[in-house]
Design a protein around this ligand. Sequence first.
Ligand SMILES: Nc1ncnc2c1ncn2[C@@H]1O[C@H](COP(=O)(O)OP(=O)(O)OP(=O)(O)O)[C@@H](O)[C@H]1O
Ligand SMILES: [Ca+2]
Ligand SMILES: [Ca+2]
Ligand SMILES: [Ca+2]
Length: 438
Amino acid sequence: MKRPTQISSLKPSNAVLPHPTPRLRDHFLMGKKLGQGQFGTTYFCREKSTGIDYACKSISKRKLLCKEDYDDVWREIQIMHHLSEHQCVVRIKGAYEDNIFVHLVMELCAGGELFDRIVQKGHYSEREAAKLMKTIVGVVEACHSLGVMHRDLKPENFLFDTPAEDAQLKAIDFGLSIFYKPGQYLSDVVGSPYYVAPEVLHKHYGPEIDVWKSDSGIFRQILRGKLDFESEPWPGISESAKDLIKKMLDRRPQQRITAHGVLCHPWIVDDRVAPDKPLDSAVLSRLKHFSAMNKLKKMALRVIAERLSEDEIGGLKQLFKMLDTDNSGTITFEELKQGLRKVGSNLMESEIKELMDAADTDSSGTIEYGEFLAATLHLNKIEREENLLAAFTFFDKDGSGYITMDELQQACKDFGLRDTQLDEMIKEMPLALIIPSD
Ligand SMILES: Nc1ncnc2c1ncn2[C@@H]1O[C@H](COP(=O)(O)OP(=O)(O)OP(=O)(O)O)[C@@H](O)[C@H]1O
Ligand SMILES: [Ca+2]
Ligand SMILES: [Ca+2]
Ligand SMILES: [Ca+2]
């Protein structure tokens, strides 16, 4: 019998930061959990020497599985430092590292998420939207002028610094951001499907992607869809707003308005252009739906990511190297299935298929080694509609085909969502999400 090829250890050196740091807890008192992302859990903390409050995002090193993951975290820290002078970017205070975590201590943003705040307020006008847009595109312009492409602009990544009415909106998450050189084009598919620019899906893009903004997109619409200004509430929206949106959603990256161009557009610049009258209530209720769905999806994604234990992921990675005996860099579904069976994995055929499909971004039917690793290790970075369905079965504990309130409540508890958020989610959730269509 042939012995499996020996795999060299893929474990990277255990340090993210280039230098050892003091111990976090020597300098900070840790408080309650503020939020949870794919990589990090954010806690309230207080500096012992000054009594000043901060937020601390702790990234578990167990989730960093390869050299690229380590590089990603280090780059996130560097980019935060790089942009820290901007008043609309959360200010990083310092980074700490121990055996288990990397901690990013940063300015505390106690004012909540962008969408939640708008929905809470209960009214919204073009003028308010223009103000927020100015802040967000201002961050984009600052990023671009400093050679950073953000790649993950979405409402969840903006928080208000205080609960006050005149609070400042700040960008908090640069986990997918990268340094780029003018004229350099990228091909990794990253970001959230709702906001992804068409050229990202075509795997050839530059900083123009940060200007593309859409809240009605799935991939097909993004690649081929037409803008619809006929349906409600568009007829009631100012011509100036529509003009700007058309320019931002230009499918041709070279023709698309730049961040700087947006900041010079009359809708943003001239206080009298964006009307102050309250927007149709349909706009607010759509925002509510969208935000509730996003929260559910986020939770669903974590379910998916956590269903595959880290051991399983690590094992898959080694297995893939082992399977690729001729070093061609490609693995077929059959190879994958046989290999998994050989090591006694109990993944179901449908789950293996899911892994294949998620990874095979160009639908070639086979998977490049790199493609597969990227997809399995960064499941969290690629939100996909199917994940929601897969997660459904997880929530639906008794297999009834319905998710009951109890089941959702349990899941929310497991994932640290507050009850009030759950109530909001359920109230606003389209029924189709709770009851699968087939
Ligand atoms: N400076 C801050 N002040 C207050 N809360 C924060 C701060 N930074 C992050 N949070 C909270 O922690 C959550 C996770 O933070 P962040 O988005 O940076 O983590 P992540 O693991 O990179 O998430 P993602 O899955 O979006 O990549 C945020 O959604 C927010 O609720
Ligand atoms: Ca985030
Ligand atoms: Ca992130
Ligand atoms: Ca492929």
